[in-house]
Ligand binder design. Structure first.
Ligand code: GLP
Length: 235
């Protein structure tokens, strides 16, 4: 796993945006895997500013709360429109349907749509304080395919900062599985802030364990972690 250490959040955002821009220049009709959370917001702003032509790009987001309506301002659908899709034109953007009547069918449909599009060329990821990627929470076993997961207490706690109160955080989500993430041809992980320093230290101990889902990315042939000095401070 390659690592790039940047001075601060802004530099991290710029470095990650350069990687995405290069991907789009290299393959204008590429498939991008996108993430939500505070980590990629600065990168999205850089991409908007860059003037890159995204008109042939198709995107697939990693995850969505379940159940949640698209127009709920806490949905990842809403987040993506506000932070990116209201400002750039892409060919098509996809997010798991947080209101699907049958979540299992929705997960299978989502995997099939990614496959039919030709697979993800570049997957952007953030990580949770517990090392989760997407919503794949630490566990003895992790599903390969897109699946419905129950969120852990630590994720509900961490994500409650975006909600009025903790009890408003949905307790489940639909997320790409580890196999879906690992199938991406390239992966870029954005990590910022002192609260992520302990999990970054765990990651670079070099062990691979489903108890730290992000550690599985060490098995990926082309994964890069772009972090700021705060996130790298315990290395
Ligand atoms: C959420 C999302 C993840 C994201 C993580 C980190 O739980 N499901 O995809 O990577 O939070 O968020 P942040 O970047 O805000 O720290």
């Amino acid at each position: 796993m390659k690592k790039i250490i940047c001075k601060n959040y802004d530099e991290m955002s710029k470095a990650a945006a350069k990687i995405v821009e290069a991907q789009v220049v290299l393959k204008p009709d590429c498939i991008l895997g996108l993430a939500t959370g505070s980590s990629p917001v600065g990168m999205y702003q850089e991409l908007i500013k860059s003037g890159t032509d995204f008109s042939k790009v198709t995107t697939f987001n990693l995850d969505e709360y379940y159940p949640i309506a698209k127009d709920n301002d806490q949905s990842y659908d809403y987040f993506m429109r506000k932070n990116l899709f209201d400002h750039i034109t892409v060919k098509e953007h996809n997010i798991p349907n947080g209101m699907a009547e049958n979540p299992e069918e929705e997960c299978a449909r989502y995997d099939a749509a990614i496959e039919a599009a030709g697979g993800i060329d570049l997957q952007v990821l953030g990580i949770g304080v517990n090392g989760h990627i997407g919503f794949n929470e630490p566990a003895a076993e992790l599903p390969a395919n897109t699946n419905k997961v129950t969120l852990t207490e630590s994720t509900i706690e961490a994500n409650s900062r975006f909600f009025e109160s903790k009890d408003q955080v949905p307790t489940a989500a639909l997320t790409l599985g580890i196999g879906g993430i690992m199938k991406a041809k390239r992966i870029v992980v954005l990590v910022s802030g002192k609260n992520k320093a302990p999990i970054v230290r765990e990651l670079f101990k070099g062990n691979v364990t489903t108890n730290i889902p992000v550690s599985l990315l060490q098995l990926h042939p082309d994964a890069t972690i772009v972090m700021d000095e705060d996130a790298a401070s315990m290395l």
